[in-house]
Design a protein around this ligand. Sequence first.
Ligand code: ZN
Length: 266
Amino acid sequence: MKGINFPVKLRDISKFEELNNISINVYGLESIFEDNKMNIRKNDCNHIYTTTPTTQLRIDKYGREIPKNILQFENFERQMMVPLVVYADFESVLKPIQTCEENPGSSYTNKTFMHEPYSFSYFMKCSFDNSISKFQLYRGPDAAKIFVSTIESDLKEIYNKYLKHAVPMIPLTAAAAEEQSFQDANFCGICGKTFEEDDARVRDHCHLTGRVRPGAAHSVCSLNYKLPNIIPIIFHNIGGYDCHLFIKELCVPGVKVYVLAQNKEK
Ligand SMILES: [Zn+2]
């Protein structure tokens, strides 16, 4: 406890951890939430708020009453694999910049080279039909501009062809194995909970292929089990460097660009 005064200040906790070789988490508790405060901070991982556990009842997604102090995972649709993911990367050349002589009497930065993107490649990986997966490579002038237009046209084509409309369920025959597994199912294939007597059971199907998923599902689980409406594009080192190369090309009239809050993960 050397060098630490009581009551211990927050800034001394790291010192205390080092001296005692332990890890300490500090949580704050606020019983009153102000709407605007939550709105501002809800995306910031550095600010975590909690409420006092209570046994009051709430209605869960399945319409059942459960105590508020029981937390359980309910967003099963978020476990679904995205239909399409893109992996991309840029390469640049250093281009000399012609500048005029700065005033040697004052402090200045002399820019001598600029990075100019000259090449990009991306791979679109489709999770439900590998024949849709596609590799694209470009080397030449205006790489940033061509990247944005090429990827936009590729994504629009795939979206309109395969993702825009849900494929209807392929009808089952009475002898189909899926029909038998539906009849035999005693738990929901999506949430894993056992069916209760008054639960509505349905046949659940993949909206990309039309194939029926084996077993049965709660009606509410099947309705919520929607495809993710995002297509992630994963870049090599986008935050550190690559985004500077093409971010201006995304800023066109009529398009809103939202930036995710940075967290402590690289
Ligand atoms: Zn369920």
